[in-house]
Each structure stands twice: as structure tokens, then as C-alpha cells.
Design a protein around this ligand. Sequence first.
Ligand code: FAD
Length: 399
Amino acid sequence: MTDNDRVIIAGAGPVGCSSALYLAQKGIPVTLLEARGSLPEDLRASTYHSPTLDMLDDLGVVDKLIEKGIICPKWQYRDTRDDWMVEWDLGVLENDTRHPYRVQCEQFKLTGIIVEELKKFDNVDVRFNTAAISADQDEYGVTLNVKTPDRPEALKGRYLIAADGASSAIRTTQGIEFPGLTFPALWLCVSTEFKFEDHFKNLAPVSYCAAEDFWFLLLRVPGMWRVLMPSREGQTAEALVLEDSVQELMHRVVPIPGNFEIIHRTAYSVHQRVADSYQKGRVFLVGDAAHLNNPLGGMGMNGGIHDGLNISKKIVRVWNGEAGEPELDLYETQRRPVALDYVQKSTMNNKAMLEENDPAVRKTKQAELSAVAADREKAREYLLQSSMISSLADAADGA
Ligand SMILES: Cc1cc2nc3c(=O)[nH]c(=O)nc-3n(C[C@H](O)[C@H](O)[C@H](O)COP(=O)(O)OP(=O)(O)OC[C@H]3O[C@@H](n4cnc5c(N)ncnc54)[C@H](O)[C@@H]3O)c2cc1C
């Protein structure tokens, strides 16, 4: 074995971890690098869609994820102004997926499960406190320059999967542009044990709610609710997480007497961006390193896992001599259009729907959605889209 006989993955988020597990299970040596000293435990993704659950099932980790999460067979759009609600029953996907539901579970629980699983493999080296800085490549492999607490190092691999998140050092140092936009208002994510189910009739574990000049998402995770909502334009992250500011937004969700007890709060910048290219030679961008979208629809992590497994499957085929290296070029052709034409559009449409203030337009939209949900075949078509099953089918051989 030469020192190019491994795949390096930078970033132990959900995308890097699931790619590493797939490659390891196929017998490919992997080095998985994480800049931080331990797995991040931030309040980000919580929704896993059906096809992602099928993939995690193939990786042998879905049962553990479900054990730590909540099965969510139905989700809702609501408009508190019109007392309107439409409910989507994912059961209509029973012939399209082995998991006709969403699972609500924090993304850090998945990375924890997978990193434990990776310990079973002799061919996997997981390194914390190791930050990818830049990469050089030639016709045989990639040299990744990394920073560790002790010294800089140069790691060699045959391919590099850049799963190093939104600010990807690899994307930047490879000179790949990341065009798009950043919304002027930050979004606040709060968790609380407050019982929203006592205040909203028949509340599903995932509900997208429009309100007067405001919107919010209610997302159930084990033991608590998460609330995602926009701030005022120009409000800084420091100001947004202050107690008064958090309470003010939470009282727009439910105007209770007194304060909400808040367990966690985080302010996020929200972007819509897609990298100009997903590949530079032996380097492949996946997940947030390749694309960013607003979280309305729960597509960033899910799409990222689909990317990671797509390129990993191709690497395995090339590695085993079942396909030539041009096979790897299909990754960008298959996955970049999904981000551009599907995820960006769906998430922007979801945002526009929640922000629609024209009563006539929103009533028309509500009537359309209610009619779709009431018709089993139309509802199935709608849910194939929103669950990202269609986007995988469109990407030729999928992930
Ligand atoms: C509030 C909120 C809610 C969301 N909800 C959902 C949802 O329900 N469903 C969904 O699909 N998506 C959701 N998303 C998006 C989702 O969180 C991201 O798309 C997902 O985390 C991307 O995974 P990733 O592995 O590509 O990147 P990340 O999760 O960002 O992981 C990147 C990893 O790389 C590490 N790293 C960074 N730089 C380096 C470096 N130079 N070298 C080595 N390691 C490095 C980081 O520490 C991190 O561990 C949400 C986002 C937000 C903000």
C-alpha cells in the first residue's frame, strides 16, 4: 500500500461522518479529520427525510438514530391569521420508501453514533484537533496540509472529500467561488420544554407556521421543542440572543404571561449559495461546503448526506476497478443541479409562502395545498418532492 491508498475526509459533520462510514464498510481506508477537539453539539439539523433514513438504514445506523429521536409520520403548514392548517401524512409514501415518515433527532446524535461505529474499523483513522488548511494534488493523489495543536502536517490520500462546512477552507483555497446571497436578518433557534401542544390544536411534531408579519417553525425533538424564527433586519447575533430579545420573539409565538424557560438559543446567518464547481481534480466538495440553503424544508443536511454517499459510491467503483476515473465527474453533473434547481427553489418557495402577506394570494395558496393534501395521489407527488425522493430519482443513479 502506498501512502496514497486512502481517502481523506475533512470535517466530521453528518456529511463527512456518513461518507466515512460508507467507505469504511466497503473496505476503503479513510482518514476523517475534525478541526474541533470533539464533535460539535450545535442546534442545527433535526429533520431526517425518508430517503436519508433508507441510506442510514443501509449503513446500519438508522435504528440507533430512531432510538434517540422521534418518528414523525405527519407534518403541518399552519397560518395562525386564518386559523388554517394543512396536514401531510407521509404514510402515502409507503411504497416509495422503507421509512414513510420523518425522524426528528439532533444532527450531533447522528455524528456521535457514526463516530462510535467507525471505531470498529481498523482502516479508519479519526483525528480531532486537525484542521484542513489547503490541498495540493497531482495525477496520483492529494496532499492535504493540516494544522494540529503540535505542528503542521501534510497528509496524503488518493482523493479528498471536503465536508468542512459552510466556511470550507478547502473550497476557498481551491479557488472555487461560492455565489449566492446572505439574508439581511438573522434567524434565532431556541429550545424549550414549553408545551406548545397545549396551545396549538393537534400540533404535529413539525409545523411551519405563518403569523402576522412573522413566521415560526415548531420542531419537536426528544424532551423539548425547538422554535426557529427570524429576527428584525440589522439585529446583531449578540443582541438577538439576549433574554429580552428571545422573550419578545417567543411571545409572538404564544403570548403567555411571564417568561419562557429557555434551554438553548443560537443566532444564525442564513444563506442561499451553491459552489461554482463541486470538483477540482481529486477534490470533491460535499454538504455545506458545496451548498447552503435556508432551513425551511430541512434539506441542507439531508442533501449533503446524499452528496457524500453519491461521491463515495463512485470512489468505491473506481477504487475496485469497476469504473474508470471519468465516473467521478458524474458526481457534479448529478448533484449540483439538485442544489440549484431543487433545494434552492424549494427552500425559497417555503420562505415566500410563510412570508406571504397578501390575504388573497395566501388564501389561494392555502386552497391549493388543502386540495393537494386531500387527494392521495397528488399528496404523494407533493411529498415525493418535499421528502427529496424525486431529487434523488432525477440525479440519474441517485446516491
Ligand atoms: C437552525 C438550523 C436548522 C437546520 N435544520 C436542518 C434540518 O432539519 N434538516 C437538514 O437537512 N438540514 C438542516 N440544517 C442544515 C444543516 O445543519 C447543515 O446542512 C449540515 O450541518 C451540513 O452538514 P455538513 O457535514 O456538510 O457540515 P457541518 O455540519 O457544518 O460539519 C462540518 C464539520 O467540519 C468541521 N470543520 C470545519 N472546518 C474544518 C477544517 N478546516 N478542517 C477539518 N474540519 C473542519 C466542523 O467543525 C464540523 O464538524 C439546519 C441548519 C440550521 C442553521
